[in-house]
Design a protein around this ligand. Structure first.
Ligand SMILES: *[C@@H]1O[C@H](CO)[C@@H](O)[C@H](O)[C@H]1NC(C)=O
Length: 608
């Protein structure tokens, strides 16, 4: 009795931590068991099972139309048959999938998986050069493209075909003459399942998907997603307490791991229903939720902010939404969101697509991404180490080892790579994989996954995200790799040297892209030309919003470009004598950033 009282006083979260952990462990044990049995049970196996168990239950609701588990099962069977007979795909092939959110994304994905192909999800924003690079990474020889995206391929189609990559559109005839079509072959195809042996996974550690992330260097990297990782992600909703009676709202792009692995995978795991949106719309959000009795939604921080920015209505709290699952929610938005829309439990999940560590905020404490405790530390070996922001590198002791931070202090999050927490790396590049690893961190021979995130852990074990280091920042929910932007800007004829970084803008999540530029001798800055180059070659989120002209580029003591000072000096024209420019879509140019424009950005009047 007394000991229990003490326990509760000293460790107020003890029981909730323990229960959560037991739940996760039970799932983990089940996974370990299936690993031992010969044929591994995958997320797709689970889907086939659910389609048999609850065929008439809505699986996906899209633009008002209900697609039941049976509908998706049969259509993906037809597609699997077409993939075998017409496309001539074979088990073990890798196929690129370039589609916007729609039910056929899922049918194509499952159809390919039924044939035993691994699927590379391609970001629909990426442009020519990056797209070609994505094929190289994962060795895909076939591209399946949504019918609405065929036109956008114009610039790369020739190169793809030259490289012997077959292009198949999710559409009927009448499109591009050199693109094959899938949908006209569906009617004649059987809806009977293809042999189950085709989809059987040799091991849970074999790759099933490639998901592209803008890593810390250069072009997008293909994170290898094994069956094991997709099974773990599919348990997310369940771990947070969702059930098969829940209706999930998925407004995020399916080519990201959050929507596909946690959202769709989680819906399948539970046998629940989901409402899929082609694109997030703040004005339709609550109407959709009411209409479809949505109970759980997926978010990124920006999305909650957009919802808060909508005009208030009397019905703001009239809905059945009880839980949000996502990441990047800032404290102020979190508070405002809950006070305005009611007591919705916000479950932050921290973890990168390729990372080997995951935090889940099962307590729902505002402003934290997760919670560590005694049990958690047994399972995951992670550390926060001292980081020098100015030099842009970890602080080393005289022996060359990293130093742990004190409780409450901010440090770089590293996660130990071990058999329990393996790091599967990136497809097609051992070098990139190695770059994400830090070796000899606390002792000779150890290896840690470098998350690139600065975090702090308080006395109660709550962990909160502080900042991101080095070469990436987030904007509009996407990772921007500064090196990729640098490379693209470097191709402009009047630019001699570029330094790309992200600056904070009041009222916006993440950081807006900014580039410090040195002009070539004798050449002038041409805003129109730069605009044209940037809009042609870069996805919207990666385009630098601000340009700063400089005479010399400062370097750190280790000869890296100095970013720290630039980041802190921001884009306020009254605090620097360097000429500043801002991206302007109306004038289709980079125009001088005046005090007036600066103020309208700060006041949230100018759309960024
Ligand atoms: C939502 O719930 C209400 C009341 O429980 C029910 O009448 C309605 O049919 C449900 N709507 C949908 C789309 O399931």
């Amino acid at each position: 009795m007394l000991s229990q009282l003490l326990l509760t006083l000293c460790f107020p979260y003890f029981w909730r931590d323990l229960l959560f952990l037991l739940k996760v462990l039970r799932y983990g044990a089940r996974l370990e068991l299936t690993k031992l049995t010969r044929s591994a049970r995958t997320v797709l196996d689970r889907f086939v099972q659910q389609a048999r168990r609850i065929p008439d239950k809505p699986f996906v609701v899209y633009e008002g139309r209900v697609h039941t588990y049976r509908d998706v099962e049969l259509r993906s069977n037809r597609l699997a048959n077409v993939f075998l007979d017409s496309v001539k795909l074979r088990k073990g092939d890798c196929v690129g999938l370039l589609m916007n959110n729609e039910p056929d994304f899922l049918c194509a994905w499952f159809g390919l998986a039924k044939v035993g192909c691994s699927v590379a999800f391609l970001n629909t924003n990426i442009r020519s050069k990056s797209l070609l690079h994505c094929f190289d990474c994962c060795g895909a020889k076939t591209l399946v493209v949504g019918s609405d995206l065929v036109e956008g391929l114009d610039g790369v189609l020739d190169v793809l075909l030259e490289d012997n990559i077959q292009v198949w559109a999710m559409g009927g005839p009448g499109g591009h003459p050199r693109v094959h079509t899938l949908l006209d072959k569906l009617d004649a195809a059987s809806d009977q399942p293809v042999a189950a042996a085709l989809r059987a996974a040799a091991s849970l550690k074999s790759p099933t998907l490639y998901i592209f992330t803008s890593g810390t260097t250069g072009l997008p990297k293909a994170a290898v997603i094994t069956h094991l990782q997709s099974l773990k992600a599919a348990a997310g909703f369940w771990a947070f307490g969702a059930t098969e009676d829940d209706v999930m709202y998925i407004p995020l792009p399916l080519y990201h791991s959050a929507a596909s692995l946690i959202g769709i995978g989680g819906t399948i795991e539970l046998g629940a229903s989901c409402v899929l949106k082609k694109k997030f719309s703040a004005s339709q959000f609550w109407t959709d939720c009411r209409k479809h009795n949505v109970t759980v939604f997926q978010y990124i921080g920006e999305l909650c902010r957009y919802l808060c920015n909508q005009p208030k209505t009397a019905g703001d709290q009239v809905h059945k939404v009880r839980m949000g699952v996502g990441n990047g929610l800032r404290q102020d938005v979190w508070r405002e969101f809950q006070s305005r829309f009611g007591n919705i439990k916000m479950c932050e999940v921290y973890g990168s697509t390729e990372g080997n560590l995951c935090f889940m905020n099962h307590i729902g404490k505002i402003g934290t991404v997760g919670r560590s405790n005694f049990f958690y530390r047994l399972l995951f070996k992670y550390d926060l180490v001292k980081y020098d922001m100015v030099k842009d590198e970890a602080v080393k002791d005289p022996n060359g080892f990293c130093q742990r931070v004190e409780k409450g202090e901010t440090g770089l999050l590293l996660s130990k790579v071990s058999a329990l927490s393996p790091f599967f790396g990136y497809a097609g590049s051992k070098q990139l994989t190695e770059k994400k690893l830090m070796r000899n961190v606390f002792g000779k021979g150890d290896a840690y996954f470098n998350t690139g995130d600065l975090m702090a852990e308080d006395r109660d074990g709550f962990i909160c995200f502080k900042d991101r280091v080095g070469d990436t920042f987030r904007w509009k929910g996407e990772n921007v790799a500064t090196t990729e932007v640098t490379e693209t800007l470097g191709l402009v004829d009047f630019i001699q040297e570029v330094n790309v970084y992200g600056v904070e803008v009041q009222g916006h999540e993440g950081r807006a892209g900014m580039a410090a530029v040195i002009l070539r001798a004798g050449m002038a800055f041409d805003g129109g030309k730069l605009f044209e180059h940037v809009t042609r070659d870069m996805p919207p989120y990666a385009r630098p919003l601000f340009i700063r002209l400089q005479d010399v580029m400062e370097m750190t003591s280790t000869f890296k470009q100095q970013k720290f000072q630039l980041v802190h000096s921001g884009f306020n024209p009254s605090t620097t004598s360097d000429p500043l420019y801002v991206l302007d879509y109306q004038q289709q140019s980079y125009i001088p950033l005046t005090d007036g424009i600066y103020r309208s950005i700060q006041a949230g009047e100018r759309k960024l």
